[in-house]
Design a protein around this ligand. Structure first.
Ligand code: OS5
Length: 233
């Protein structure tokens, strides 16, 4: 099986490259893709760069050029819900684009005709994650995640996103990855570890916790890969 593991920033995939160690690098569409042969399977690891457009290009490249049959996203997020603290892990149950706005035509936020407000995640992969969390005694929250091309660092904006989308966390790539995968029928799994609270301190907290929270997410993702491979036997 070919399994994609993507992040948005170098820091989000570096712990994975360090762990798997040996990889071949292929350059395509102005990005690097790191190919790992692992237990008879192929892992394709890449960071997309920040935001929905780059994330879409990378996800579709991993699926169409590198023939990935499942796609995993590992990275960090801003917390909206008070029950998510720095370093906590959350998995997306569904995702929405908080900056998609044609409300002038009577549509809800996050909706365009022939689309939907939410993109649903794959239940089987979430089930694997819950089993891993239980076995390892790790707290794993299931969240609606809101995505937009904005780094959220404002209390009012954060509260608006939370209220409008019932979202517990915010980031800048997940819904684009979800939409891409659902469009072509590829199961996906989006995991985020909290780096900041999307408030006035967010940029400072982000700088301080990007590395440690990225590592937490990546460590969990390594267990997800094992579980997916074991299940494919
Ligand atoms: O990928 C972006 C979304 N990520 C999740 C996230 C988030 N999203 C929205 N709001 C929040 N409060 C969030 N908290 C976590 C993280 C990432 C945020 S954008 C970070 C940009 C940081 C940066 N900019 N320049 N550099 C770093 C240095 C640099 C310079 C040249 C080349 C590479 C890096």
């Amino acid at each position: 099986m070919n399994i994609a593991i993507m992040g948005a920033m170098p820091e989000e995939i570096e712990p994975l490259l360090d762990y798997y160690g040996k990889y071949e690098t292929i350059e395509y569409a102005k990005n690097n893709f790191y190919l790992v042969d692992y237990k008879g399977h192929r892992l394709v690891i890449a960071y997309s760069k920040i935001g929905k457009v780059y994330a879409t290009i990378t996800a579709l490249t991993m699926i169409k050029k590198f023939k990935c049959q499942k796609l995993l996203f590992s990275g960090v997020a801003g917390a909206i819900s008070d029950d998510l603290g720095i370093g906590d892990l959350t998995v997306a149950t569904k995702l929405s684009q908080h900056d998609l706005d044609i409300t002038a035509f009577g549509h809800p936020y996050g909706f365009v005709p022939e689309g939907s407000v939410y993109e649903e995640s794959n239940g089987e992969l979430i089930g694997f994650a819950k089993e891993i969390a239980e076995q390892k005694g790790i707290k794993l929250k299931e969240s609606i995640i809101a995505t937009g091309d904005q780094f959220i660092c404002d209390q009012d904006k954060k509260e608006w996103i939370g209220k409008t989308f019932k979202a517990s966390a915010v980031e800048m790539e997940g819904a684009a990855v979800a939409l891409t995968c659902n469009a072509v029928g590829i199961p996906f799994f989006i995991l985020r570890s909290i780096s900041d609270a999307a408030d006035m301190d967010a940029s400072f907290d982000f700088d301080e916790f990007l590395k440690s929270s990225s590592k937490r997410s990546a460590d969990f993702m390594i267990s997800m890969v094992e579980k997916i491979i074991d299940n494919a036997k």
